[in-house]
Structures are given as structure tokens and as C-alpha cells.
Ligand binder design. Structure first.
Ligand code: ADP
Ligand code: ZN
Length: 437
């Protein structure tokens, strides 16, 4: 065993399995009771099934509970799923909803403590410790990435540089001048940093940087190889989602062979996304997560839409918490653009607010210099199209603003003549993804 695995904060990662399952069960029972007592939607759903919280007697009984889906957060927007009174809630975050409004999540003081703990355990798993200088290039603000990683890294005793996303030149200057040893950002952004460093004549291999904590979007072994070869760091995959807590639901260890899930706080199942039936261990399916410690907003059987599978073998690192395969795709149409979630339905909602556009649009995704580019092509009415150029340009700007209000990202937008976007029989093909990872 190496030094990092003796860090006391990581003790729960190594809990004997029977102890782990017992912890999970008692926490599950408490969570179900709390949700039943304080969340009307969950109370109603249990009643409809003729279930009481006391019917959860074993971990397998979780299968009898109703699923929670993103639409439930939309329908109860903003505070309808909170299980704690507002005076106990110390933080709100938000992520993309499927249409005009975001989804909102809440944390009590204790939830923040748990989140901080899972981030600390994540960073320890990547070999970080007090004394590391961490450049946190995840976005600060309503996103969970920035603040989530921030508090965990501080609590570990690392020096945090809260630089947030963007401004590549400044990122590289800080990395070099401040003696940064670890960076948190999306993997595609780090590839972009590598590219820019070469143009600026900065040799990342000569810097003290030794680890990257990369997540918030799918990436590949191929990307990992490029990152590690070109910067001489170890690149670790971190997974999480706003509905459950934010980043820090799972992370790789030194063996970089799948992501350990912090099972003492999150109960994981894999289901068939079509039949919704649980799948045998090792089969690929949709990850379903139940929070075991959250107070402000417990989530019962949340359908993540992320496709993965459990590893069946224990990991060589000795952690007893199970591992999942890296997440490569989803069972819905959510896109992740530079780490930001975007639903085609949000683009549509942005369009529908503007007169003169037709509900025919297409989203084209490319990756240039390792950064995602998104172009939206929109058909306009014949009257609009025959208008003068200035009118078209104004309309274009209006649509860009409208989409930005909803998604938070500024898209490249092209207005096209009526009938130029291919019509398909049945479901329209809205997204053309040309990104090659
Ligand atoms: P985050 O800040 O982690 O992106 P969001 O709630 O905005 O949190 O998005 C969560 C979604 O992002 C996940 O359901 C998953 O689809 C994707 N995601 C997060 N981390 C990873 C990862 N390491 N690999 C693949 N996809 C990821
Ligand atoms: Zn491991």
C-alpha cells in the first residue's frame, strides 16, 4: 500500500464490505423516512405503491421504490423537493433543465460537509495531499464544479487557486509562476491548454504539475494517453452530477481502472433504461443513484441517464467501494459542450420565443483545437429571409441572446433559407456530432 491510501479521510473507502452494506442500509432507511416525511411528491408516490418507509428492510428493497427523473425537478421548480426548512439550507446550485428553467439543488451545512469529504477522498485517491498547489479551473458560480472542488481541496490542506474557467494565457502564466502541482478542469480544456502552451513556448513537462482531476464531460483512453504523454502528468477521471451532490460521486484511484463510487454516501444500481429492471452485476446499463446522507434534498433512485457497468473484480488498490466503467454515453439526448449540459429542447425553447423562425433547426458539433464548437442552423420564414441584411443580422443576434439566456452558452448561429434543413421521416435528427475524441 502506498502513502496516500493511509490518509485517515479515506478510511471509508476501505471499509469491510459487510460494514459498508450495513451503513448503506441504515442510511437508506433514514433517507427514505426523511423524504417520505418532508417531500410531498415522494410521499404520494410511496402511497400509490402501498409502501411505507418501514418496508425498506434490506438493500434490495430499494428496487421497490419509485424512480426520480430530471422532469421531477422541473415540475417542482424551484424548491419543491427540499426536505429541510429554508433556514437550514446554506447553499443553492443549479444546472441545466430540459427547457427554459434550470434545475435547483440545495445543501444544508451537513451536506456541504459530506460534499467536502467526498472531494477530499477524491483528491487523496489521485495522490494529492496538503502542500499541493491546486489550480481550480472548473467554473465558479451556479455550477457545482468550482465551489465543490474548492472546499474539498482547501479542507485537505492544499493551496487553492480559484481561477475558474477561461482565459487560457492567464491559466498558463499562473500554472508556471505559482508552481501549480495539480489542476482541476474538463479534459478537453486541458488538451486545449497543452496546445496553447506549445504556442506560448511553455513546456508543461518541465513544470511541477503532476496530476489532473478531469471530469464534467465524457472522455476517452485515447485522450488520456495524449494528455499524459504531452504533459507528463497523471490524468484522473472524476464523476458527479448536480442532482446527487456535484463532482465527487466517484473517482479513479492510482490504478486508473474505473471510477470508485463513494458507496457509503451514494447507493448505486445499474438498470436497463428500456425495461427499468435491475441488471446483473457487470452488465452495461443506466446508472441509478440514491443519496444516503443528503439532508436538504435527498434523491431516491435518480436516473442519471449515464451508461456504465460495474466492475466485478475488486480493485488492486484495496478499496472496498465498487468501481464503474468510465462514462461514454447517455441514454437521453443531453449534450455536453465544454462541460456545460445542453438539451436540444433548450435550443428549441430559445427559438420559440423569437418571431420569424421556423421550428426547423439543427445543431452541429465540432471540436477545434480541442474545444467544442456548437453551430445552430435555423430556418427562417420566407418573408424574413427576403428582408434586408440588417434585419437578418438583428434577428440572428436576438436568437443568440435568447439561447444564451436559457443555456448559458453563446452559440454560433446561422440563419438558413426555408427548406434547406433536411426533413426526416419520424423523429427529426437535431444533432450532428462530428467531434472526434
Ligand atoms: P458536472 O459539473 O459534473 O458536469 P452536471 O450536473 O452539470 O455536473 O452534469 C452531470 C453530467 O455530466 C453527468 O450526468 C454526466 O453525463 C456528465 N459527466 C460528469 N462527469 C463525467 C465524467 N467524468 N465522464 C463522463 N461524463 C461525465
Ligand atoms: Zn482502486
Amino acid at each position: 500500500m502506498n502513502m496516500t491510501e493511509h490518509h485517515p479521510i479515506s478510511a471509508p473507502d476501505f471499509m469491510p464490505v459487510n460494514e459498508l452494506r450495513a451503513t448503506q442500509l441504515s442510511r437508506l432507511q433514514r433517507t427514505v423516512q426523511q423524504a417520505y416525511d418532508h417531500v410531498p411528491l415522494f410521499h404520494r408516490r410511496l402511497d400509490e405503491r402501498g409502501l411505507k418507509p418501514a418496508d425498506v428492510r434490506s438493500l434490495e428493497d430499494v428496487r421497490r421504490l419509485p424512480f426520480t427523473v430530471k422532469a421531477d425537478l422541473r415540475d417542482t421548480y424551484p424548491y419543491g423537493l427540499f426536505a429541510a426548512p429554508m433556514k437550514e439550507i446554506v447553499r443553492l446550485h443549479a444546472s441545466s433543465g430540459t427547457t427554459g428553467k434550470p434545475i435547483v439543488v440545495a445543501y444544508t451545512q451537513d451536506d456541504i460537509r459530506v460534499w467536502t469529504e467526498t472531494i477530499m477522498r477524491s483528491l487523496v485517491s489521485c495522490g494529492l495531499h496538503a502542500g499541493d498547489i491546486v489550480q481550480n479551473a472548473y467554473g465558479y458560480g451556479l455550477f457545482t464544479g468550482g465551489l465543490g472542488a474548492h472546499y474539498g481541496a482547501e479542507a485537505l490542506g492544499a493551496t487553492v487557486i480559484p481561477i475558474s474557467g477561461g482565459n487560457t494565457e492567464r491559466q498558463l502564466m499562473v500554472m508556471k509562476d505559482f508552481g501549480v502541482t495539480a489542476i482541476c478542469c474538463t479534459p478537453s480544456y486541458f488538451l486545449h491548454l497543452i496546445d496553447q502552451s506549445q504556442q506560448m513556448g511553455v513546456d508543461l513537462k518541465k513544470l511541477p504539475l503532476r496530476a489532473g482531476v478531469f471530469g464534467a464531460e465524457p472522455w476517452t483512453e485515447n485522450m488520456r494517453e495524449r494528455i499524459e504523454a504531452q504533459s507528463n502528468i497523471k490524468a484522473y477521471d472524476i464523476y458527479g452530477l448536480t442532482e446527487i451532490i456535484g463532482p465527487g460521486v466517484g473517482i479513479e484511484c492510482a490504478h486508473q481502472a474505473g471510477l470508485h463510487i463513494f458507496e457509503d454516501h451514494f447507493l448505486a444500481e445499474i438498470i436497463d433504461p428500456e425495461t427499468l429492471e435491475p441488471l446483473p452485476i457487470g452488465s452495461e446499463g443506466e446508472l441509478v443513484l440514491t443519496t444516503l446522507s443528503k439532508q436538504a434534498m435527498p434523491m431516491i433512485r435518480y436516473r442519471t441517464r449515464d451508461i456504465t457497468a460495474f466492475y466485478t473484480e475488486p480493485c488492486a488498490c484495496g478499496r472496498s467501494i465498487r468501481r464503474i466503467r468510465r462514462i461514454g454515453r447517455r441514454s437521453d439526448d443531453m449534450l455536453i459542450i465544454r462541460g456545460i449540459n445542453v438539451f436540444p429542447s433548450q435550443i428549441e425553447a430559445g427559438l420559440l420565443r423569437i418571431e420569424g423562425t421556423l421550428p426547423h433547426y439543427q445543431i452541429v458539433l465540432t471540436r477545434e483545437k480541442d474545444l467544442d464548437q456548437m453551430e445552430v442552423q435555423v430556418e427562417v420564414t420566407p418573408e424574413v429571409f427576403s428582408d434586408e441584411v440588417r434585419g437578418l443580422e438583428e434577428l440572428r443576434k436576438k436568437i443568440v441572446r435568447s439561447i444564451e439566456t436559457i443555456t448559458g452558452i453563446r452559440v454560433a448561429l446561422r440563419l438558413v433559407e426555408p427548406h434547406t434543413i433536411q426533413r426526416s421521416e419520424g423523429k427529426a435528427k437535431r444533432v450532428i456530432d462530428k467531434r472526434n475524441m
